[in-house]
Design a protein around this ligand. Structure first.
Ligand code: PMP
Length: 283
């Protein structure tokens, strides 16, 4: 059974509703987090709460709960499904206002969370890897909206996802408006070349993903050389291995891009080591 918390209390599914005047719905005005729950414990909760409050602050959304209160809500939600794995969607919207854009007319931010199950990709994807296409839809550039803010507006990501589905694939890679690799529709991207782990810097349009942070930490523990910088499409085409990371997806090997095999066309050894280390870290 899913668990719902809304504006300060746990509610039944039929009570978990927002106003049609909510600017999260009318304008995508808000921020959110997707948090993994392993065995009844929220994974990297502090990181998620920090990113949420940074995003809200950047958008001048006043979150009517302290970080401790949000943490308590998440912890209590998890306690209602003890020892279970799951996924939490924690959402903060600008709140209900009028039909204009003016955020100042929204009296109070709406805050809710859903704890439910998640399976983003078929189980086989994790063992066999996933093919990607490069979407023609580009990542929203920093000069328009900082891609590090996890806002409720995912339209360009959704367009890219549509492109993937229309091409018969499950996922797409997004480039930024300069043509550099940014990330996938809801996951960060990594590549491995000659034993070095490489991922785009957030400045090129990647979300500062929590799973990305964990993978970078694990790589340092494993003494893998790491580069966080600019990545071109050619770097990915010529990579030995590639994989995607996200709270919902975890680590997914990428075996093909635009019909080109990446490396051997199978999940690579570094990817597999990182997947194992990641599972250890979630225990
Ligand atoms: N990029 C985007 C656009 C995302 O929505 C997400 C979250 N699903 C990620 C990357 C991965 O971030 P995280 O590891 O924090 O879930």
């Amino acid at each position: 059974m899913a668990v719902f918390w809304m504006d300060g209390k746990f509610v039944q599914p039929e009570e978990a509703k927002v106003s049609v005047y909510d600017h999260g719905l009318l304008y995508g005005d808000g921020v959110f987090e997707g948090i993994r729950v392993y065995k009844g414990k929220a994974f990297r909760l502090d990181d998620h709460l920090e990113r949420l409050s940074d995003g809200a602050r950047a958008l001048l959304i006043d979150v009517p709960y302290t970080r401790e209160e949000l943490k308590a809500a998440v912890t209590e939600a998890c306690a209602r499904r003890p020892h279970e794995d799951g996924y939490i969607r924690l959402v903060v919207t600008r709140g209900a206002g009028d039909l204009g854009l003016n955020p100042r007319l929204c009296a109070r931010a709406t805050v809710f969370l859903i704890l439910d199950k998640i399976q983003l990709y078929p189980a086989q994807t994790y063992t066999d890897g996933i093919p990607l296409i490069t979407a023609s839809t580009r990542r929203v550039p920093l000069v328009c909206l900082d891609p590090r803010i996890k806002t409720l507006n995912y339209l360009n990501n959704i367009q890219a996802k549509q492109e993937a589905l229309m091409a018969g694939k499950l996922e797409a890679l997004l480039l930024n408006t300069d043509g550099l690799v940014a990330e996938c529709t809801a996951d960060n991207i990594f590549l491995v070349k000659k034993g070095r782990l490489i991922t785009p810097d957030t400045i090129y349009g990647a979300l500062d993903g929590i799973t990305r942070r964990v993978v970078l930490e694990l790589a340092r523990q494993m003494e893998l050389p790491v580069t966080v910088g600019a990545v071109a499409l050619t770097d990915l085409y010529n990579a030995d291995e590639a994989f995607m990371t996200g709270s919902g997806a975890e680590i997914v090997p990428v075996i093909e891009l635009d019909g080109r095999k990446i490396g051997s066309g199978k999940p690579g050894p570094v990817t597999q080591r990182l997947i194992q280390a990641f599972h250890q870290a979630t225990l």
